[in-house]
Design a protein around this ligand. Structure first.
Ligand SMILES: C[S@@+](CC[C@H](N)C(=O)[O-])C[C@H]1O[C@@H](n2cnc3c(N)ncnc32)[C@H](O)[C@@H]1O
Length: 226
């Protein structure tokens, strides 16, 4: 039986953060684009859910831009959330942590924003669609779903070119061979989908104002509102 992907993240949690800016050459722009998609005011006390929060990198961007946001971070890899707890240790009860598989069960609370970074690509397409439905149900009216993710090129040829360019960029930025190997190992568990398919799936769930907010090589940010 295939090992669950969160086991791989548990094993590499210690070294996860150090290589992110090299493995994701557009790191800051990607995460900023996800936060810039949020249609809220700086001081709004929004309830936010971060799916596959890992060590809390996306949540840190949200917390900086929305200092009164209450953020729930969900991840199946306990060791990743240990790092997230450390990151937000001084943040008090604004930050909550849940070790759970977000692809099973329902989202029981109501959120103004449901976000995810580089995690939903691990789900098979059918489960992505189910998660989009769950997210729609878990949003309050006027709420927003935002996904910053590894995406597929729209054709196999385009995908091959974008992937090759991404590998070249990571090497130009000096990624360590061990970090690259670990990332490629984790990417074997990817089940990335094209942006056009994912926007279509959002539309089918009832989301409105659906759009692509950012695209760079194999990464994209897209969103939809309830
Ligand atoms: C590449 S990391 C991204 C972490 C963080 N969002 C970031 O941007 O750095 C992917 C995370 O998704 C988590 N994950 C993958 N599938 C999951 C699932 N079904 N339920 C909960 N967490 C999951 C993994 O454990 C891992 O921590």
């Amino acid at each position: 039986m295939t090992e669950p992907v969160h086991n791989l993240f548990d094993r590499t949690a210690d070294t996860y953060d150090r290589a992110r800016r090299r493995l994701i050459p557009c790191f800051d722009e990607l995460y900023r684009a996800a936060v810039d998609a949020l249609p809220f005011e700086h001081d709004d006390a929004i309830e936010v859910l971060d799916l596959g929060a890992g060590t809390g990198l996306l949540s840190a961007f949200v917390a900086f831009s929305f200092p009164r946001a209450r953020i729930t971070m969900v991840d199946a890899a306990q060791q990743m959330l240990v790092r997230a707890r450390e990151r937000f240790a001084l943040g008090g009860d604004r930050f909550r942590f849940e070790v759970a598989d977000y692809s099973v069960g329902r989202i029981t609370s109501r959120y103004h924003a449901i976000l995810s970074a580089l995690s939903l690509n691990h789900l098979p397409d059918e489960k992505k669609r189910m998660l989009f439905e769950q997210s729609y149900a878990g949003l309050s009216h006027g709420g927003i779903f935002v996904n910053a993710d590894r995406v597929l090129g729209e054709t196999p040829e385009l995908e091959a070119r974008l992937h090759k360019s991404w590998m070249r960029r990571t090497r130009e930025l000096g990624v360590g061979e061990r970090d690259l190997r670990q990332a490629l190992e984790r990417m074997e568990f990817d089940s990335a989908a094209t942006v056009s398919d994912q926007l279509e799936w959002l539309r089918a769930c009832g989301f409105r104002e659906i759009g692509l907010q950012y695209r760079n090589l194999i990464f994209a940010v897209y969103s939809g509102m309830k």
